[in-house]
Design a protein around this ligand. Structure first.
Ligand code: ZN
Length: 173
C-alpha cells in the first residue's frame, strides 16, 4: 500500500480550501486506503485529505484504542454543534511535537457520505467530537495553531522551520 507524505506546518498548501469529492470511485477508495495506512503508521487519530495535498472534502478517523474502528467521512458537514465547549490539548500530524489547548464544542452532529455513497449522520462526543472539528478545519485550510496567540504561533513556526532544515541537512550527510 502507498505511504503518503504528510504536509507540515507552515507549508502554505495546508491553507487550501478543499472542494467536494465529485464521485466515489476507485481513485477515492485507493486514496482512503492510503490515508488510513499513513494515519496508522504515524499513530494519528485523524487525517484530512488536505494534509496529504489532496484538496477534496475527505477525512479518515479512528479514535479507538484498538485501532480497528475506521471512519470515513466524505463531503462532511457539521449540522449541529453544542453550545457547551471545553478547552483540551490537541496535536496534529502536520504540526509534529506540538500540543496546545483549543476550545471546541463538547458534541457535534456531522452528516457525510460513506464509501458506498450513503448519507450518514454521526453523533459524536468526547475525543471523536474534537477530532471531527479539528479535521473539518483542515478542509477549510485551517490548522489548529491558528487558534493560539500570534506569539505562540510564531514560536511554533520558527521551531518547525528549523526542525525541517536540520532534517534536510542530516539527510544530505
Ligand atoms: Zn491536524
Amino acid at each position: 500500500m502507498t505511504q503518503l507524505t504528510i504536509l507540515r506546518y507552515p507549508d502554505p498548501r495546508l491553507h487550501t480550501v478543499a472542494k467536494p469529492v465529485a464521485a466515489i470511485d476507485a481513485r477515492v477508495r485507493q486514496l482512503v486506503d492510503a490515508m488510513f495506512q499513513t494515519m496508522y503508521d504515524a499513530e494519528g487519530i485523524g487525517l484530512a485529505a488536505t494534509q496529504v495535498d489532496v484538496h477534496e472534502r475527505l477525512l479518515v478517523i479512528d479514535v479507538s484504542e484498538t485501532r480497528d474502528q475506521p471512519l470515513v467521512l466524505i463531503n462532511p458537514e457539521i449540522v449541529w454543534a453544542s453550545a457547551e465547549t471545553r478547552i483540551g490539548d490537541e496535536g496534529c500530524l502536520s504540526v509534529p511535537g506540538i500540543y496546545d489547548g483549543v476550545e471546541r464544542s463538547l458534541s457535534v452532529k456531522v452528516e457525510a457520505l460513506d464509501l458506498d455513497g450513503q448519507r450518514q449522520v454521526h453523533a459524536a462526543e468526547g475525543m471523536l467530537a474534537v477530532c471531527i472539528q479539528h479535521e473539518m478545519d483542515h478542509l477549510m485550510g485551517k490548522v489548529f495553531v491558528e487558534y493560539l496567540s500570534p506569539l505562540k504561533r510564531n514560536r511554533i513556526k520558527t521551531k518547525l522551520v528549523k526542525q525541517k532544515k536540520d532534517e534536510e541537512r542530516d539527510a544530505v550527510r
